[in-house]
Unconditional design. Structure first.
Length: 406
């Protein structure tokens, strides 16, 4: 009788010591690997278990702790026959398909707020004096809830870091766009921008060159998203604005932009780009289309698709070729530039809006106010895609010049 009481007292003392060690480890905010090591030591030394395996639900079910086993359970998947267990059960009462789990006597599910966290497999024997499975379950619950909380906190910190990066990238991108666009009888420009996600990869700009009585307009789309794409486009804009003072030689501007993009992106990203320079005195438009969607130029008597140029910027250095587009005797016209999010808007049948629909729309609305035209285009796109979402950033810019001699 006395020996029995002494054994019970000794076991309770070991359980208290085990709980104390686990609690101290959790409160010390130790790394997960250290918590698992302390958990293993506690079960072996304090509770004197001789054989045990712990499977924990992470991305998948992984063996985190094992000792005293004949097999290496880190290479064995959790038997799916365990997944519906909610209470402690003997192994021989569960229909398991993986025979090596028969090394154990007891399966202990570990849950928290009805969420299944882990399974503990143990082997009991007379020498172990009938391990207290309920206590092992409670002990496992303490440490696994702590590990789960660590995991959730880590994910939250990662999400916060991503959100900070996205906010910074969005701020960087917002600084790319011009604050003011011209709105006069001689020159009017309207732009629309709608990112598909938090941070888009599109860019447009208007740069006046007053000393030469010229202006530059451009539009671009960078491959990739997030902070790297925003930084690349920011560098691109800085180079462009510096070089734009040499608008008499736009070929040099394109070559330098390509070189800088190649250098900054290391060939991992590229930029589609369209640039046009209009001269009010000479009444001509010089342009380069570098792998970008073809802008549409409309005059009183014709419609032109602006395709001359080169391949995308940043893919090759130097560019394999560069052809300049030039239109003379141009005094009254409208120029519409856009990114592929516009023409690649899809309806429920998988049909894209496409270049021909856009061209038809622009011809039909060529005499409308630019803002009215933009509003009508968005209405047209919404009606076309209906319940479908826009698959990419949506950017377009209209430029109207009235440079006719009075």
């Amino acid at each position: 009788m006395q020996d029995t009481l002494q054994r019970k007292f000794y076991r309770k003392e070991m359980e208290v010591n085990a709980l104390l060690e686990i609690t101290q480890a959790v409160n010390s905010n130790l790394p997960e690997d250290d918590l698992y090591k302390i958990y293993e030591f506690t079960l072996r030394a304090n509770l004197q278990l001789s054989r045990m395996v712990l499977y924990v639900k992470d991305e998948d079910w992984d063996c985190k702790v094992q000792f005293g086993t004949k097999k290496d359970f880190s290479k064995i998947p959790l038997d799916s026959g365990c997944l519906n267990l909610k209470e402690i059960v003997e192994v021989n009462k569960v229909n398991l398909s993986i025979s090596c789990f028969n090394e154990f006597d007891i399966i202990i599910p570990v849950t928290h707020k009805e969420k299944l966290l882990a399974f503990v497999f143990i082997k009991t024997s007379e020498e172990e004096n009938g391990a207290d499975t309920t206590f092992i379950q409670a002990l496992s619950n303490v440490i696994l809830v702590a590990i789960e909380n660590k995991r959730l906190a880590r994910k939250q910190l990662e999400q916060q870091a991503i959100q900070r990066e996205m906010d910074l990238a969005r701020n960087v991108q917002n600084y790319l766009f011009p604050d003011v666009l011209p709105n006069s009888e001689k020159l009017e420009i309207k732009a629309f921008y709608q990112p598909c996600k938090t941070v888009g990869g599109d860019y447009y700009d208007y740069i006046p060159i007053p000393n030469e009585n010229q202006f530059l307009v451009c539009i671009a789309d960078v491959s990739g998203k997030g902070m790297p794409a925003a930084i690349l486009m920011s560098n691109f804009q800085a180079v462009l604005r510096t070089l734009s003072r040499n608008a008499e030689n736009p070929e040099q501007v394109i070559h330098e932009l390509n070189h800088q993009t190649w250098h900054n992106a290391k060939g991992e990203n590229f930029i589609t780009f369209f640039l046009a320079v209009y001269d009010f005195d000479k009444k001509n438009l010089r342009y380069f289309n570098c792998g970008h969607n073809h802008p549409v130029l409309i005059t009183k008597d014709k419609v032109m698709i602006l395709s001359e140029g080169s391949t995308v910027l940043g893919a090759f250095d130097p560019l394999p070729f560069l052809d300049k587009g030039e239109i003379e005797n141009l005094d009254e016209f409208s120029l519409f530039m856009f990114t592929d999010g516009l023409t690649e808007t899809f309806n429920s049948a998988g049909e894209e809006f496409g270049d021909e629909r856009l061209k038809k729309f622009l011809i039909e609305n060529q005499n409308e106010d630019l803002q009215v035209t933009h509003n009508a285009l968005m209405k047209e796109l919404e009606g076309f895609k209906k319940e479908n979402a826009f698959a990419d950033d949506l950017t377009f810019l209209s430029c109207r010049v009235n440079n006719a001699t009075p």
